[in-house]
Design a protein around this ligand. Structure first.
Ligand code: HEC
Length: 135
């Protein structure tokens, strides 16, 4: 009888130890913070949101989710995620015409979204907003 009790205690102790280990393992396996584009700018997210709504949302949608037949979904864009702010800035100034071999939709991404009033500062505000959309 006493031996059985000891065995029971042993089993419970083992179970507790296993659960403890399992918890620790989960922590160790927690995914690292997803790699994002290096946010090197001090772009203003709120300004960027307003500018995005004024120029980019026509093709990319108010939430950046894209519009069928127009702009792409920017919330899941690895193109944006994998680039630094400086690189995204260069892209936005150049755009990606339908004639560009890298174009994926056959639709023009106009330079500065077709709004020449967007200077580097304003574009960096928009990029700061794009970084928020990714999260
Ligand atoms: C006239 C429509 C239009 C406007 C306005 C527009 N875009 Fe685009 N954009 C596009 C299209 C179309 C593409 C996809 C080009 C392609 O097929 O590769 C694109 C692509 C992009 C991409 C690359 C996404 C990727 O995953 O390759 C970014 C970033 C982007 N646009 C940002 C912006 C921002 C920021 C603005 C506002 C300043 C803007 N766009 C305004 C049409 C537009």
């Amino acid at each position: 009888m006493k031996k059985q009790l000891l065995l029971l205690v042993l089993i419970i102790a083992t179970a507790v130890a296993l659960v403890g280990c399992g918890g620790g393992g989960d922590n160790a396996e927690a995914p690292p913070v997803a790699p994002r584009g290096q946010n090197t700018s001090s772009g203003n997210v709120e300004e960027g949101k307003t500018l995005f709504a004024g120029t980019c949302s026509a093709c990319h949608g108010p939430e950046g989710l894209g519009v069928a037949g127009l702009g792409k979904d920017l919330t899941t864009s690895t193109f944006v995620m994998e680039r630094t702010d400086a690189e995204v800035l260069e892209f936005l100034k150049t755009g990606r015409p339908a004639s560009d071999p890298l174009n994926t939709t056959g639709v023009d991404m106009p330079p500065k979204g077709g709004n020449p009033a967007l200077n580097d500062d304003k574009l960096l505000d928009i990029i700061a907003y794009l970084r928020e959309l990714e999260k």
